[in-house]
Design a protein around this ligand. Structure first.
Ligand SMILES: [Zn+2]
Ligand SMILES: [Zn+2]
Length: 114
């Protein structure tokens, strides 16, 4: 998410916050952007990817809520942030985000293996 009240003309790394843990963007914390400015950082994506793809720990999406990355009411299970229960990412977005972060060689992020 973007920090509320940020100056769009003069954005700093501190203005970009992970929706899942509220930490700000930094060299050691790469991020992937979803729809409407939602963001997931590498560390949260590691947890989400591990739960959804390696361990099958996704939960059914609450009927009235959507994945904040794609805003799509698909049938994928979701991972809900332990820090912010309004932040959830679906299985498909976890995969897409992992592919995007891995493409960014500089950030050094790798999807977690079992
Ligand atoms: Zn995070
Ligand atoms: Zn999604």
């Amino acid at each position: 998410m973007h920090r509320p009240g940020m100056n769009e003309e003069n954005a700093t790394p501190q203005d970009f916050l992970c929706d899942f843990c509220e930490a700000c963007w930094g060299e050691d914390r790469p991020m992937v952007e979803g729809h409407r400015g939602s963001l997931i950082c590498g560390r949260c994506l590691t947890l989400a990817f591990d739960a959804l793809w390696n361990r099958g720990q996704g939960v059914p999406r609450p009927e009235t809520e959507v994945c904040i990355m794609c805003l799509s009411p698909n049938d994928d299970p979701v991972w809900i942030s332990p820090a912010r229960d309004t932040a959830r990412i679906c299985k498909r977005c976890a995969k897409q985000s992992a592919v995007m972060l891995e493409r960014d060689k500089d950030c050094g992020w790798k999807r977690p293996m079992l």
